[in-house]
Design a protein around this ligand. Structure first.
Ligand code: TXE
Length: 485
């Protein structure tokens, strides 16, 4: 197949460099549970060096024409597209997701992220006001400076580029950190940036752990905006540091998303999509619908059909074409998910299928595989139905009236996304307006238009990514008033 580097480097000031400490952390391939590469174990000193490079590059990058910035980002999109198979292979080895999914979703979306923001900046506009022929007010969009972009391990290149592309398009320069659990495609992106001729210091990628590198980015006084996707607990820690420094914050955090199914739904489409929304990427997508609520008269039929189809899903080596459920991202995460399943049993849950680690044959016997798991019979208030599991685990719960399912759906600290299945569109819109979620899908799931605001409410985050919203985030609005009496 392809050859991946057995050691990756930081990308600072247009160069590949070791961390100053010259230490490395092992990078594990979750499909076989073995080390396959080394990642720089960077710290605050590397972040300082990267930030200085970004500061030096800011004056010329931020005053480059939109057309010129378009050309750089578009070139990067072209190169990602050209290397789709290699990048998909790298993502599969690093994350454990199926090659099919990486090739069909992750890598094409990474290219689209750059393409979308390359063109968005050409259409970005601002307001102006003439008042009683005395004065003109106009909004000058000023790039904020050096932006910090910190991303998670579940959709590594997809979410890494989802932050970097708009930041660069806005005229910001960037200090970025991918998850230390899945750093490979971020490293390959830096090779692409060099090939695209991106000027030195515009994008700097510092590898390492959340505390020594991630927190150093958040703490650095010259990094004026933080765009973060990851766990709610980490989001709280970042906010507690950034808020008193008056930094701009974009936080896309965890979710515990309801999937609400009414008896009048388009049954076949609902069932097919619900399998996807439950187990895509081994359930490691913040938008997965992990709490499934089914109107009582449909419950038994749905339960039987859903369990039967999920039992047929093939859990196996991610590179094999027949595989539908790959490996979860790490041994630590596998053990977290297995402990959540044990908790569900203690809380009175009935495991309808899955529920345990799957041991594959050699050479995959040490890989991190969990069978897709469906649990019924739990109270909506129990921990299993309140806490984010972030694995191939869903609960199913019957309901009678709309008021009851609305109450249960909203009875969590999270508010990221929700799915509603019904052919009664009056009911769908009424429920959509009452759900405490930032993203609502009606009779569909993960149906994305990049122009739309993306993000959650409550403990699912602060701010919105997507469209011009994120360009506003990376810019300061300056109002200029001209008197012409
Ligand atoms: O996220 P973390 P992880 C949820 C999911 C998962 C949990 C933890 O429940 O189990 O979050 O996942 C960096 N200051 N989601 O461990 O720890 C870290 O190095 C600054 C939902 O991936 O939040 C990584 O680059 N940075 C989420 C990034 O933050 C810090 C997707 C995310 O790490 C830091 C992934 C700190 N103190 C997990 N600590 C979603 N909403 O999509 C860590 N980091």
């Amino acid at each position: 197949m392809f050859q991946l580097p057995d050691k990756i480097l930081n990308y600072i000031n247009g160069q590949f460099v070791e961390s100053i400490s010259k230490n490395y952390i092992p990078n594990i391939n979750p499909s076989i549970g073995k080390e396959y590469s080394l990642t720089p174990d960077s710290d605050a000193n590397d972040v300082k060096m990267a930030t200085n490079a970004a500061l030096d590059a800011f004056p010329s990058w931020s005053t480059l024409s939109h057309q010129k910035r378009y050309e750089y980002l578009n070139k990067i999109a072209d190169l990602i597209e050209k290397k789709t198979d290699f990048l998909a292979y790298a993502e599969t080895v690093d994350n454990g997701k199926t090659f099919k999914l990486a090739k069909k979703v992750d890598i094409p979306r990474a290219s689209t992220n750059f393409r979308f923001y390359a063109t968005a900046i050409l259409h970005y506009y601002s307001q102006s006001y003439i008042n009683e022929n005395k004065s003109l007010n106009y909004t000058y969009k000023q790039p904020i400076g050096v932006a910090g972009c910190i991303s998670p391990w579940n959709l590594p290149l997809y979410l890494f580029t989802w932050k970097i592309a708009p930041a660069l398009a806005s005229g910001c320069t960037v200090v970025a950190k991918p998850s230390e659990i899945t750093p490979m495609t971020a490293y390959l992106l830096s090779e692409i940036c060099i090939e695209a001729g991106l000027p030195a210091g515009v994008l700097n990628i510092v590898h390492g752990d959340g505390y020594k590198v991630g927190q150093s980015i958040v703490e650095h006084p010259k990094i004026r905006a933080i765009s973060f996707t990851g766990g709610t607990k980490t989001g709280k820690s970042i906010a507690s540091i950034a808020a008193p420094m008056f930094k701009k914050l974009s936080l896309e955090l965890g979710g515990k998303n309801p999937n609400i199914i009414f008896a009048d739904c388009n049954y076949d489409k609902m069932l097919k999509t619900t399998i996807q929304s439950s187990f895509a990427n081994q359930g490691q997508i913040c938008l997965c619908g992990s709490r499934i609520f089914v109107q009582r008269k449909l419950y038994e039929q749905f339960k039987n059909d859903f369990v039967e189809k999920v039992k047929d899903l093939k859990t196996g080596p991610p590179l094999e074409d027949a595989t539908q459920i790959g490996a979860v991202v790490s041994e630590q995460h596998m053990n977290k998910i297995l402990s959540c399943i044990e908790l569900a049993k203690q809380e009175g849950g009935n495991i309808l299928c899955g529920g345990k680690r799957k041991i594959l044959s050699d050479p995959y016997q040490d890989g991190y595989y969990i069978e897709p798991t469906i649990i019924e019979g739990l109270d909506y208030k129990c921990r299993t139905n309140q806490e984010e599991i972030f694995g191939p685990v869903v609960t199913i719960t019957p309901f009678d009236a709309e008021e009851e399912v609305m109450m249960m759906a909203n009875a969590v600290e999270y508010g990221l996304s929700a799915t509603i299945w019904t052919e009664n569109l009056n009911r769908a819109h009424k429920i959509a307006h009452q759900l405490e979620n930032g993203i609502i899908w009606i009779n569909t799931w993960l149906n994305r238009d990049l122009r739309t605001p993306f993000g959650g409410m409550k403990s699912s985050g602060v701010g919105r990514e997507g469209g011009f919203k994120i360009l506003d985030f990376f810019n300061e609005d300056k109002n200029v008033c001209v008197d012409f009496t």
